[in-house]
Design a protein around this ligand. Structure first.
Ligand SMILES: NC(=O)C1=CN([C@@H]2O[C@H](COP(=O)(O)OP(=O)(O)OC[C@H]3O[C@@H](n4cnc5c(N)ncnc54)[C@H](O)[C@@H]3O)[C@@H](O)[C@H]2O)C=CC1
Ligand SMILES: O=C([O-])CC(=O)C(=O)O
Length: 353
């Protein structure tokens, strides 16, 4: 009688299609502002599997303004030249309808960056109009369950404008990027404790992607040779945690602009990949991440604004981590960001109506 091993070998030789896993269907991923700094960094990351997984083929849709058409075509050429096995097609266009057509994932980066000395909310006038216009394209042309990440600043308020003008898209499918701040917080803690960044977890960014955000270490832990320990206990310097750490993370974007004369791009692209990967493929057990989402009233944050919360993700859905203790210090910082977001909403409404 033939052994099961040799049976498998014969099957592989004569009928390989019987044993091969069904290949995954390509996912269509839209990147707006693709000819910009972050766009240039992120398209290769997506096409190498850093966003959706090393076995997930993708078709990239790249949108930019007509003035950037040549640059966009150059990026399309480079993507071909990179011979990327997961990349199953590239659409490079300045036509919104073509760009949004059938996309399953939309990473909205298109918009203007701030320069030295500006606050992100100074971009409201220029950028919210873009998000009003892209809301209709999203609603009309994207796949029904498209997952959206807004990166362009002011990210929380652009996400709100998108939600207001794309009412058919479920609010849970629209998010904004505060993962860069989250990663910056982990990076600062790892430096302080002289541990590897992968061993630090559960920091929280509450609020706006702006200088009123509150980077909170109350529940963060780090892995040491004595096991997992609270960061607060390991740092043992409450003043540093409440002052220097908070302001370093709040001001990190401005510090990078001062140094580079341009805003963060590789770290922003990497954070956008982290955000989408965790949302779609799930957060590791016992770990939460920060995401800007439409508030459901959790932790006393009013509905009607996009606010960064600690979330866990499973089966493509995020949920806000509940039941964390909020002390008076955290409460006042969290409320300051609510006040700023309400003010941004008021200003944005003046521009888009
Ligand atoms: N949420 C976050 O953590 C971060 C957000 N940002 C924001 O991301 C945005 C992009 O930053 P960069 O790539 O550095 O800027 P960039 O100026 O290098 O690129 C922006 C691109 O968007 C394009 N664009 C403008 N209007 C458009 C429209 N209506 N449709 C499609 N494309 C359009 C421009 O032509 C340009 O190619 C900025 O608003 C920046 O402030 C940047 C870093 C981190
Ligand atoms: O600071 C900026 O303008 C760009 C940005 O959002 C960041 O780096 O966090």
């Amino acid at each position: 009688m033939m052994s099961s091993n040799s049976l498998v070998q014969r099957l592989m030789k004569w009928c390989p299609w019987l044993l091969r896993d069904e290949p995954k269907k390509p996912v269509k991923v839209l990147v707006t502002g693709a000819a910009g700094q972050i766009g240039y960094a992120i398209v290769a990351m997506i096409a190498r599997g850093l966003m959706l997984g090393a076995d997930q083929p993708v078709v990239l849709h790249m949108l930019d303004l007509p003035v950037a058409a040549d640059a966009l075509n150059g990026i399309r050429m480079e993507l071909i030249d990179a011979a990327l096995p997961l990349l199953r097609g590239v659409v490079a266009t300045s036509d919104q309808a073509e760009a949004f057509k059938g996309v399953n994932v939309a990473v909205l980066i298109g918009g203007w960056p701030r320069k030295d000395g500006m606050e992100r909310k100074d971009l409201i006038g220029k950028n919210v109009a873009i998000y009003k216009s892209q809301a209709s394209a999203l609603q009309q042309h994207a796949a029904p369950n498209c997952k959206v990440l807004v990166v362009a600043n002011p990210a929380n308020t652009n996400a709100l404008v998108l939600k207001q003008f794309a009412p058919a898209i479920p609010a849970k499918n629209i998010t904004c990027l505060t993962r860069l701040d989250h990663n910056r917080a982990l990076g600062q803690l790892a430096e302080k404790l002289n541990v590897h960044v992968a061993d630090v977890k559960n920091a929280i960014i509450w609020g706006n992607h702006s200088s009123t955000q509150f980077p909170d270490t109350s529940h963060a832990t780090a892995l040491t040779d004595r096991g997992e320990r609270p960061v607060r206990e390991l740092v043992a310097d409450e003043k540093w945690l409440r002052e220097e750490f908070v302001s370093t993370v709040q001001q990190r974007g401005a510090a990078v602009i001062k140094a580079r004369k341009q805003s963060s791009s590789l770290s922003a692209a990497s954070a956008a990949c982290d955000h989408m990967r965790d949302w779609i493929l799930g957060t590791p057990k016992g770990t939460w991440v920060s995401m800007g989402v439409y508030s459901d009233g959790s932790y006393g944050v009013p509905e009607g604004i996009f606010y960064s919360f600690p979330v866990t993700c499973e089966k493509g859905e995020w949920s806000i981590v509940q039941g964390l203790q909020i002390d008076d210090f955290a409460r006042s910082k969290m409320d300051a960001s609510v006040t700023e977001l309400k003010e941004e909403k008021r200003i944005a409404n003046g521009f888009v109506i």
